[in-house]
Design a protein around this ligand. Structure first.
Ligand code: HEM
Length: 193
Protein backbone atom coordinates (compact mmCIF):
# COMPACT_ATOMS: atom_id res chain seq x y z
CA UNK A 1 0.00 0.00 0.00
CA UNK A 2 2.78 2.40 1.00
CA UNK A 3 4.81 1.65 -2.15
CA UNK A 4 1.72 1.94 -4.35
CA UNK A 5 0.85 5.35 -2.88
CA UNK A 6 4.48 6.47 -3.28
CA UNK A 7 4.51 5.40 -6.93
CA UNK A 8 1.19 7.14 -7.55
CA UNK A 9 2.45 10.37 -5.99
CA UNK A 10 5.50 10.24 -8.29
CA UNK A 11 3.28 9.45 -11.29
CA UNK A 12 0.29 11.82 -11.06
CA UNK A 13 -1.02 10.85 -14.51
CA UNK A 14 -1.47 7.25 -13.30
CA UNK A 15 -3.25 8.49 -10.17
CA UNK A 16 -5.53 10.64 -12.33
CA UNK A 17 -6.34 7.71 -14.63
CA UNK A 18 -7.11 5.46 -11.63
CA UNK A 19 -9.41 8.10 -10.17
CA UNK A 20 -11.10 8.52 -13.56
CA UNK A 21 -11.83 4.79 -13.67
CA UNK A 22 -13.39 4.83 -10.18
CA UNK A 23 -15.37 7.98 -10.96
CA UNK A 24 -16.70 6.37 -14.14
CA UNK A 25 -17.78 3.03 -12.64
CA UNK A 26 -18.55 3.90 -9.03
CA UNK A 27 -19.20 7.64 -8.99
CA UNK A 28 -19.19 9.63 -5.78
CA UNK A 29 -22.51 8.78 -4.11
CA UNK A 30 -21.10 5.65 -2.44
CA UNK A 31 -17.72 4.17 -1.59
CA UNK A 32 -16.02 1.50 -3.70
CA UNK A 33 -17.09 -2.00 -2.72
CA UNK A 34 -15.68 -5.46 -3.34
CA UNK A 35 -18.26 -6.09 -6.05
CA UNK A 36 -16.91 -3.10 -8.05
CA UNK A 37 -13.47 -4.62 -8.45
CA UNK A 38 -14.29 -6.49 -11.68
CA UNK A 39 -15.02 -3.06 -13.21
CA UNK A 40 -11.75 -1.52 -12.03
CA UNK A 41 -9.05 -3.29 -14.06
CA UNK A 42 -6.67 -0.34 -14.02
CA UNK A 43 -6.60 -0.35 -10.20
CA UNK A 44 -5.63 -4.00 -10.41
CA UNK A 45 -2.85 -3.17 -12.92
CA UNK A 46 -1.46 -0.58 -10.46
CA UNK A 47 -1.31 -3.17 -7.68
CA UNK A 48 0.31 -5.77 -9.95
CA UNK A 49 2.87 -3.27 -11.22
CA UNK A 50 3.71 -2.19 -7.64
CA UNK A 51 4.13 -5.82 -6.57
CA UNK A 52 6.26 -6.47 -9.66
CA UNK A 53 8.68 -3.63 -8.95
CA UNK A 54 8.66 -4.02 -5.18
CA UNK A 55 7.52 -7.52 -4.20
CA UNK A 56 6.52 -7.42 -0.51
CA UNK A 57 8.40 -10.72 0.02
CA UNK A 58 11.44 -10.32 -2.29
CA UNK A 59 13.24 -13.50 -1.21
CA UNK A 60 11.49 -16.55 0.11
CA UNK A 61 13.11 -19.77 1.28
CA UNK A 62 12.26 -23.33 0.34
CA UNK A 63 13.94 -26.58 1.32
CA UNK A 64 13.90 -29.77 -0.76
CA UNK A 65 12.34 -32.63 1.17
CA UNK A 66 13.90 -35.18 -1.25
CA UNK A 67 16.67 -35.41 -3.86
CA UNK A 68 15.37 -34.00 -7.14
CA UNK A 69 16.41 -32.64 -10.54
CA UNK A 70 15.45 -29.05 -11.41
CA UNK A 71 16.40 -27.57 -14.79
CA UNK A 72 19.12 -30.20 -15.22
CA UNK A 73 20.64 -29.60 -11.77
CA UNK A 74 20.73 -32.22 -9.06
CA UNK A 75 19.31 -30.75 -5.85
CA UNK A 76 20.12 -32.91 -2.80
CA UNK A 77 17.57 -33.44 -0.05
CA UNK A 78 17.72 -30.66 2.56
CA UNK A 79 19.02 -27.96 0.17
CA UNK A 80 17.92 -24.43 1.07
CA UNK A 81 16.74 -22.58 -2.01
CA UNK A 82 16.05 -18.85 -1.89
CA UNK A 83 13.59 -17.76 -4.59
CA UNK A 84 14.74 -14.29 -5.63
CA UNK A 85 11.44 -13.01 -6.93
CA UNK A 86 12.73 -9.42 -6.93
CA UNK A 87 15.37 -10.39 -9.53
CA UNK A 88 12.76 -12.13 -11.72
CA UNK A 89 10.36 -9.17 -11.48
CA UNK A 90 13.11 -6.68 -12.38
CA UNK A 91 14.89 -8.71 -15.06
CA UNK A 92 15.20 -6.62 -18.27
CA UNK A 93 15.17 -9.85 -20.32
CA UNK A 94 11.65 -10.57 -19.05
CA UNK A 95 10.19 -7.08 -18.55
CA UNK A 96 10.75 -4.17 -20.93
CA UNK A 97 12.08 -1.14 -19.04
CA UNK A 98 11.65 -2.83 -15.62
CA UNK A 99 12.50 0.30 -13.61
CA UNK A 100 9.59 2.16 -15.17
CA UNK A 101 6.24 2.21 -13.36
CA UNK A 102 3.90 1.28 -16.19
CA UNK A 103 0.64 -0.36 -14.96
CA UNK A 104 -0.51 -0.53 -18.60
CA UNK A 105 1.84 -3.46 -19.14
CA UNK A 106 -0.70 -5.63 -17.31
CA UNK A 107 -3.74 -4.54 -19.28
CA UNK A 108 -5.59 -7.56 -20.61
CA UNK A 109 -3.76 -10.00 -18.32
CA UNK A 110 -6.00 -12.47 -16.50
CA UNK A 111 -4.76 -13.73 -13.12
CA UNK A 112 -1.38 -12.90 -11.63
CA UNK A 113 1.29 -15.25 -12.76
CA UNK A 114 1.74 -14.35 -16.40
CA UNK A 115 3.72 -17.51 -17.16
CA UNK A 116 5.56 -17.46 -13.82
CA UNK A 117 7.06 -14.06 -14.57
CA UNK A 118 4.95 -12.35 -11.91
CA UNK A 119 4.67 -14.21 -8.61
CA UNK A 120 4.55 -11.92 -5.58
CA UNK A 121 2.67 -14.64 -3.68
CA UNK A 122 4.90 -17.52 -4.73
CA UNK A 123 3.21 -20.48 -6.40
CA UNK A 124 2.46 -24.16 -6.12
CA UNK A 125 1.67 -26.08 -2.96
CA UNK A 126 3.60 -23.67 -0.72
CA UNK A 127 2.19 -20.56 -2.43
CA UNK A 128 0.62 -17.94 -0.18
CA UNK A 129 -2.79 -19.08 1.13
CA UNK A 130 -3.60 -15.44 1.98
CA UNK A 131 -3.30 -14.21 -1.62
CA UNK A 132 -6.99 -13.77 -2.22
CA UNK A 133 -7.59 -12.01 1.09
CA UNK A 134 -4.53 -9.77 0.63
CA UNK A 135 -5.57 -8.73 -2.88
CA UNK A 136 -9.15 -7.99 -1.79
CA UNK A 137 -7.94 -5.82 1.08
CA UNK A 138 -5.34 -3.93 -0.96
CA UNK A 139 -7.79 -3.28 -3.82
CA UNK A 140 -10.46 -2.02 -1.45
CA UNK A 141 -8.14 0.14 0.68
CA UNK A 142 -6.22 1.64 -2.24
CA UNK A 143 -9.43 2.16 -4.21
CA UNK A 144 -11.00 4.01 -1.25
CA UNK A 145 -7.94 6.23 -0.74
CA UNK A 146 -7.97 7.20 -4.42
CA UNK A 147 -11.73 7.69 -4.55
CA UNK A 148 -12.09 9.76 -1.37
CA UNK A 149 -8.97 11.95 -1.27
CA UNK A 150 -6.80 14.21 -3.38
CA UNK A 151 -3.15 13.38 -2.76
CA UNK A 152 -0.10 15.64 -2.88
CA UNK A 153 3.58 15.29 -2.15
CA UNK A 154 4.91 17.35 0.76
CA UNK A 155 7.44 19.06 -1.54
CA UNK A 156 8.32 19.51 -5.21
CA UNK A 157 10.83 16.66 -5.05
CA UNK A 158 9.77 13.09 -5.77
CA UNK A 159 8.93 10.67 -2.96
CA UNK A 160 12.13 8.83 -1.98
CA UNK A 161 11.92 5.26 -3.25
CA UNK A 162 14.95 3.76 -1.48
CA UNK A 163 14.41 0.25 -0.20
CA UNK A 164 15.09 -0.46 3.48
CA UNK A 165 17.46 -3.20 4.57
CA UNK A 166 15.75 -4.38 7.73
CA UNK A 167 13.73 -7.57 7.87
CA UNK A 168 12.63 -9.91 5.13
CA UNK A 169 9.87 -7.69 3.81
CA UNK A 170 10.33 -4.95 1.22
CA UNK A 171 10.21 -1.98 3.57
CA UNK A 172 10.69 1.66 2.62
CA UNK A 173 13.92 3.23 3.92
CA UNK A 174 11.98 6.46 4.57
CA UNK A 175 8.31 6.13 5.46
CA UNK A 176 5.89 7.86 3.15
CA UNK A 177 4.52 11.22 4.29
CA UNK A 178 1.88 12.80 2.04
CA UNK A 179 -0.82 15.45 2.16
CA UNK A 180 -4.42 14.52 1.51
CA UNK A 181 -7.65 16.51 1.24
CA UNK A 182 -11.14 15.04 0.94
CA UNK A 183 -12.30 15.31 -2.66
CA UNK A 184 -15.01 18.02 -2.85
CA UNK A 185 -17.30 15.53 -4.62
CA UNK A 186 -16.92 13.10 -1.69
CA UNK A 187 -17.47 15.57 1.15
CA UNK A 188 -21.14 14.78 1.45
CA UNK A 189 -20.54 11.04 1.75
CA UNK A 190 -17.47 11.37 4.00
CA UNK A 191 -19.30 13.66 6.42
CA UNK A 192 -21.88 10.89 7.00
CA UNK A 193 -19.27 8.28 8.02
C1 HEM B 1 0.42 -8.54 0.03
C2 HEM B 1 0.28 -9.51 0.93
C3 HEM B 1 1.04 -10.81 0.91
C4 HEM B 1 2.10 -11.22 0.15
C5 HEM B 1 2.85 -10.44 -0.93
C6 HEM B 1 2.41 -12.57 0.55
C7 HEM B 1 3.43 -13.33 -0.01
C8 HEM B 1 3.76 -14.60 0.41
C9 HEM B 1 4.84 -15.40 -0.15
C10 HEM B 1 5.76 -14.96 -1.27
C11 HEM B 1 4.85 -16.59 0.49
C12 HEM B 1 5.82 -17.76 0.26
C13 HEM B 1 5.33 -18.58 -0.93
C14 HEM B 1 6.26 -19.68 -1.31
O1 HEM B 1 7.07 -20.12 -0.46
O2 HEM B 1 6.19 -20.17 -2.46
C15 HEM B 1 3.77 -16.56 1.47
C16 HEM B 1 3.48 -17.60 2.32
C17 HEM B 1 2.46 -17.58 3.23
N1 HEM B 1 1.53 -16.57 3.41
FE1 HEM B 1 1.49 -14.79 2.43
N2 HEM B 1 1.53 -12.96 1.52
C18 HEM B 1 0.67 -11.92 1.76
C19 HEM B 1 -0.41 -11.92 2.64
C20 HEM B 1 -0.78 -12.98 3.43
C21 HEM B 1 -1.97 -13.02 4.27
C22 HEM B 1 -3.00 -11.88 4.35
C23 HEM B 1 -1.97 -14.22 4.88
C24 HEM B 1 -2.95 -14.82 5.87
C25 HEM B 1 -4.12 -14.32 6.12
C26 HEM B 1 -0.78 -14.95 4.45
C27 HEM B 1 -0.41 -16.20 4.88
C28 HEM B 1 0.67 -16.94 4.42
C29 HEM B 1 1.07 -18.25 4.92
C30 HEM B 1 0.39 -19.04 6.04
C31 HEM B 1 2.19 -18.65 4.18
C32 HEM B 1 2.99 -19.96 4.33
C33 HEM B 1 2.45 -21.00 3.35
C34 HEM B 1 3.26 -22.31 3.39
O3 HEM B 1 4.47 -22.25 3.65
O4 HEM B 1 2.70 -23.37 3.12
N3 HEM B 1 -0.11 -14.18 3.56
N4 HEM B 1 3.11 -15.36 1.39
Amino acid sequence: MEWAMSLLLNNPSVLKKAHGEIEKYVGHDRRVEESDMCNLPYLDCIIKETMRMLPPAPLFPHESSNDCMVGGYHVPKGTMLLVNVWAIHNDPNIWGDPKKFRPERFEGLEGYRDGFKLMPFGFGRRGCPGEDMAMRLVRLALGSLIQCFEWERTSESEVDMSEGTEGLNMSKAISLVAICHPRPTMLNLLSQL
